[in-house]
Design a protein. Structure first.
Length: 194
């Protein structure tokens, strides 16, 4: 059972002007595609050949883990985004908004803490809003291909802070990318993970 590159839930240009079609095409069509293709080559003929992507992420190590986790992280990331014209951005509501208020003291404080963690993340990695086993929310950062999927936290939202996520549009200005990111967050998807 080959791992498939999931299609985007929107057109390449749908996140403009915040994230360009060129960035999406390279990020999804080249970077994520390469992880999926390499993973399929690595699992061929092994005990992972019939495993789901999530199983591979949870059990594999080394190069196989890195490619599987990056394939999974990216698929999750694209679901976290929605065109601003289609309801992306803004602020969460309902139970998610209440949980954010409880954990962080309000949406503005949450966003400031999320952005600060993203800016402090050294090198390549991911910033996550997660639900802990006690039901509370927390922020986490993972380096390279690491993912909350291998632990006890439930990922709710992620922001890819590898340079390939923003370099075409914002060069080395990660802060500008983060500002753009908030305009296309898919709060319905985040809430569905809660």
């Amino acid at each position: 059972m080959a791992i498939e590159l999931p299609p985007l839930p929107y057109e390449h240009s749908a996140l403009e002007p915040h994230i360009s079609a060129e960035t999406v095409e390279f990020h999804h069509g080249k970077h994520q595609r390469a992880y999926v293709d390499r993973l399929n080559a690595l699992v061929a003929g092994t005990g992972f050949a019939e495993a789901s992507l999530e199983e591979i992420v949870r059990k594999a190590q080394g190069e196989m883990f890195n490619n599987a986790a990056q394939a999974w992280n990216h698929a999750f990331y694209w679901q976290c985004l929605r065109p601003s014209a289609g309801g992306g951005g803004g602020t969460p509501s309902g139970a998610l908004a209440e949980a954010i208020d409880k954990a962080f003291g309000g949406f503005d404080a949450f966003r400031q803490q999320f952005d600060a963690l993203a800016m402090r993340t050294f090198g390549s990695g991911w910033v996550w809003l997660v639900r802990r086993t006690d039901g509370g929310l927390a922020l986490a950062t993972t380096a390279n291909a690491a993912t909350p999927l291998t632990g006890s936290d439930t990922p709710l939202l992620t922001c890819d802070v590898w340079e390939h996520a923003y370099y075409i549009d914002y060069r080395n200005a990660r802060a500008k990318y983060l500002e753009a990111f908030w305009n296309v967050v898919n709060w319905d998807f985040v809430a569905s993970n809660l």
